[in-house]
Ligand binder design. Structure first.
Ligand code: PNS
Length: 159
């Protein structure tokens, strides 16, 4: 059976921690869909189109990865894409409560879809898009936090 895996998130912007999870999740199935969740009540730092472009650029070396955006419920998107597994990254115990509640809600709604957690690598255990946004806004160097294509997009928008 062809196993399709979904890695959902906001990716605003994608970080090296996200890319590490994408690379590892791409080995868990034949195909990995990276799904950008669109929150219509919140305007992002980067537009959805920019996030699609950044994720495509930094996953160009991964032939079984596709990038897509979705609105509405995550499980509906997973079902529509034929994904039987959803991957989320877990950095520290502080992530657990939020992830637990979402995973339980998703499992109640769609018991056939399994949520799997990948532990972040040590060096990315503090890293979050919100930290990248703050460092960038205050004029700091983000190159240790994001893939080169994302650093370029950030440099373009903050000049
Ligand atoms: O990277 P994030 O911000 O933690 O990603 C959150 C995301 C996009 C995965 C989450 O907000 C989401 O699943 N949104 C879609 C709505 C939904 O299905 N929520 C879960 C059921 S309560």
């Amino acid at each position: 059976m062809l196993r399709k895996v979904l890695y959902p998130g906001s990716f605003d912007p994608p970080t090296l921690g996200h890319l590490d999870i994408i690379e590892r999740a791409s080995r868990l199935g034949e195909r990995l869909v990276v799904g950008i969740g669109i929150n219509s009540e919140k305007s992002g730092w980067f537009s959805v189109e920019e996030r699609l472009e950044m994720l495509r650029a930094c996953t160009a070396h991964l032939p079984n990865v596709e990038i897509a955006a979705f609105e509405g419920l995550l499980i509906h998107f997973a079902q529509q894409k034929g994904c039987s597994v959803m991957v989320r990254g877990m950095r520290a115990v502080t992530d657990f409560d939020y992830e637990f509640r979402i995973a339980m809600a998703n499992r109640t709604l769609a018991p056939e879809i399994e949520t799997v957690f990948l532990l972040a690598r040590d060096e990315y255990s503090f890293l979050a898009s919100s930290i990248v946004r703050e460092v960038a806004r205050l004029g700091g160097d983000v190159t240790a936090f994001v893939p080169p294509a994302v650093a370029e997009s950030i440099a373009r928008r903050t000049v």
